[in-house]
Structure formats: structure tokens, C-alpha cells
Design a protein around this ligand. Sequence first.
Ligand code: HSE
Length: 310
Amino acid sequence: MNQITAYAPATLANFNVGYDVLGLSLNDIGDEVELRFNGTEENNIIKMINGDGLPVDRDKNCCSVVIRKMQEAQNKFTGVDIIITKGFAAGSGLGSSSASSAAAAYGYNKLIGNSYSNKELVAFAAEGERVACGTAHIDNVAPSILGGIVLSKGNKASDLIELPLLENLYAVTLFPDIKVKTSDARKILNDTIDLKTLTQQVSLMGAFVASLYEKDMELFSESLKDLVVEPMRSLLIPKFNELKNAAHENNALAFGISGSGPSVFAIAKNKEHASNIQQALEDVYKDLNIKIQTRKHLLCKQSGARILNK
Ligand code: HSE
């Protein structure tokens, strides 16, 4: 085998209760990365489809950086030509750089004969995040590779915890086409929080994890609240409070900011519920001069990176 195409999905990072440590795969939208051995020791981005403005320099592109890190770890430099097809907007807050990074790590690993486990790939893919936005957070790349909901208690492969998912849930996402750079959305956050907020947020995270194991939809809904980051970042998203109210009026199980924004998400019990929430969110923006994209995503565990038969 000297050529392969890998796919990795978009993700909802933070998922309200786990800033930088919790994320969820969206399965049905994502990026494709085609890799072909090129007989040299260098990795070249030879084509980028739907990625206007994204870097193609091998030292700045997240895919080539991830692959280089994997080669350095093995001290074996089998170069590849890389074609990247972006499946959703960069800068949306739905994990665009991480979908490409995850697909690159997953695809290159398959091409070199599975040197690493999927969990081991997460740290390599996180290096793509470092080059794209300045920090190697793993809450997008982990679910993009592993699928489902992933919690990380540290940076090692053994720190990744794949949580169970409640069945039949849908995520509804709304992407307002405005610019929010992840690096900027990180800079506006305070470094400290008060003890009372910390206590409340820790209890919500515990309750959230318990709700998944106990399959308790009510507890799931009550626990998915972000007391820490949302108050600071919601100011960057036009009509955030109106969107949140619309979601709650339509009985969404949860509502919040996807990753660093500007996308927001709501969680619905089933497809029909998701359609109602989607309509209500779209209505909030109907008089604004901002382009939006809304989608419904069925949540499932088998939703991580995969090889496409092409
Ligand atoms: N956890 C990261 C953040 C995700 O919120 O900055 C960025 O997509």
C-alpha cells in the first residue's frame, strides 16, 4: 500500500462542563486527507480543497506537522504527498484544524503499518492544534480520532477515557459566519475562578459522567452547564442569550458554545426534536445580516477517524 485516504469528523469541544478536557464527535461532517508516499524524506501539501487561506507550507500546515512529529518519534522519514479536502468551515469552532490533524495522524499510521494505537495518535494530532492555534489541547482531536465522547485526565494515551453515550440523541449546530480565532477566544479568558464556581462546576462534571453511566437523561440535561467559560465567551457571539432562550423554550437538553465558538450547539432527544430546535435557532438570526449554517447530527459511538475506500 502506498496511498490512503483518511476521514476524521468535526467535534464539539468543552461540551459545557469540560473546558479543554471533554469533547464529542459529530461523525457526519469532517475532513479528508489523502496521503501518498513520494519517495523523499519530505512531506508536501500538494493540494488543499475548500481551504482558502489555510497554510500549505509544510512547517505551518497542521497535517504535515503531525506527520513530521510521527516520523521524528520513529526516526524514520518516509515522506508523503498530502491532499486535504476540508468538509466544513475553518474557524467555525467545530474543530476544523483538529479534523485535518486527526485524519493525517490516523491515515499516516495506517500507511506505515499501524505503529501506534488510536489513543497514542491523539498526542501527535494535538501537535497540529499547537501549530494551528498555539496550544496542544486534545478535546477536539481525541473524539475526532476515537469517536463518541472522550474525557481526558492528562496528556498520555492512558489518560483518555471513552465515556458511554445516551442513545438516539442529536446535536444541532449553528455556525454564524463571523471570525472568532481560537487563540483570541483563549486570550480573553481569566486565569483564575473563584472557589464557589469551581465547586459547582466540579459537581456538574461529576453529575454529567454519572448521567451517562446511569442513562439518566434528566441528570444529563441538568448537569450540562458551563459556569466558567460561557460568561466570558458568549459576548463574542451575536444574540447568544436569545439563542440560548430559544433552545430552552424548545426543551433542548443542553445548549452551549462549541469549542471556542462562534458555533453554538443544542442537544435534542430525537430527530424531530432536533428539527424544532434548529428552526427556533434559525429564527433568532432571521433579521441579522450574518450568514448562518445549521445542521443536525445523530450522535453515535462509531464516529471516529476512518479509512475511506477510494
Ligand atoms: N478547548 C478549546 C477551547 C477548544 O475552548 O479553546 C478549541 O476548539
